[in-house]
Design a protein around this ligand. Structure first.
Ligand code: OAD
Length: 278
């Protein structure tokens, strides 16, 4: 065997070993926490924030779109961006990764265990795949409330004309909808903007679930946004194994028990292989 072939063989057997070790952790776990980020929905067609070329923050300036100051400075620009994202999510479907999490959650429930999902995603693809989500740590793209009085109100991004996500043409921007409860305000999306606090209840549920977890799966997050990025570390401090599924190395990878360099739609079904053939 040439050295080249030997290296290749070793690499593939290491990959298989890693895969098998992940399946083993999954088979033993009864209390699982899944922490998902933008990469979870990437294969459904929802752009992530930080991926080179395709990430939203490669094309847009976060401080111009994801802060209250930005919304107050240019309401049509920020409103239209969120309407566009809402329309985009409405037009895509959950992927094989979302569906696998639903099967896993149902299986653990049957076995008397629990799978808790805390996502940084503002889309509803976990729910549309049938998963019960404990926490949307960064809010919900389809929940709207008044910027001034805080009253929650329904707004369907598909009730207005389709908008162009490049935001290049100002004449195509939409004006935010006025609040029907107070005379002063307009609606804002129910997402967590930079500088805002995470939903306390949801964040608390995630921490509680980590205290009881025997396995944590982190899928598709760069681990660059706090405090969500600290959640897997809480588990590691308690000695809970952490499996990371991400095609790229992240801040977490060197500390994770297992890093599977693959995508959500491939990796999540794969680690369930053992429990699903039993
Ligand atoms: P990022 O865009 O920062 O990171 C996405 C991660 O997903 C990267 O590490 C990619 O390598 C990985 N990835 C890409 N495609 C993938 C795939 N098919 N399968 C699995 N992983 C894949 O997204 P988040 O970490 O979720 O916050 O970002 C955190 C927060 O930053 C967001 O919730 C948002 C943003 O600013 C707010 O808007 C408050």
């Amino acid at each position: 065997m040439t050295q080249h072939h030997a290296d290749e063989e070793q690499a593939s057997s290491t990959l298989e070993d890693t895969q098998r070790a992940a399946e083993e952790l999954v088979a033993q776990a009864r209390h699982v926490v899944v922490l998902s980020g933008a990469g979870m929905s990437a294969e459904s067609g929802v752009p992530t924030f930080r991926d080179a070329q395709t990430g939203l923050w490669e094309r847009f300036d976060a401080t111009q779109l994801a802060t209250e100051e930005a919304f107050r400075a240019d309401p049509p620009m920020v409103w239209t961006w969120y309407v566009w994202r809402g329309q985009l999510v409405r037009g895509v479907e959950p992927n094989a990764g979302h569906l696998a999490i639903t099967r896993w959650q149902n299986k653990l429930t049957e076995l008397g265990g629990r799978l808790t999902v805390a996502t940084q995603n503002v889309d509803d693809l976990h729910e549309r795949a049938g998963t019960r989500v404990a926490a949307h740590l960064h809010g919900d793209l389809f929940a709207y409330r008044c910027l001034e009085c805080g009253t929650e109100q329904g707004f369907d991004p598909e009730s207005v004309r389709a908008v162009d996500g490049t935001l290049n043409d100002r004449t195509q921007l939409l004006d935010p909808v006025s609040c029907s409860s107070c005379s002063a305000g307009v609606l804002r999306p129910g997402v967590v903007w930079f500088g805002e606090a995470l939903p306390e209840h949801g964040f608390g549920l995630a921490i509680d679930a980590i205290q009881e977890a025997d396995l944590i799966l982190v899928v598709g997050s760069s681990g660059m946004v706090q405090p969500a990025a600290s959640l897997p570390l809480l588990g590691l401090d308690r000695g809970v194994p952490v499996i990371e599924i991400n095609p790229q190395a992240t801040e977490l990878s060197s500390q994770a028990t297992i890093h599977l360099e693959t995508t959500a739609a491939h990796g999540v079904p794969e680690i369930l292989a053992q429990i699903e053939t039993r």
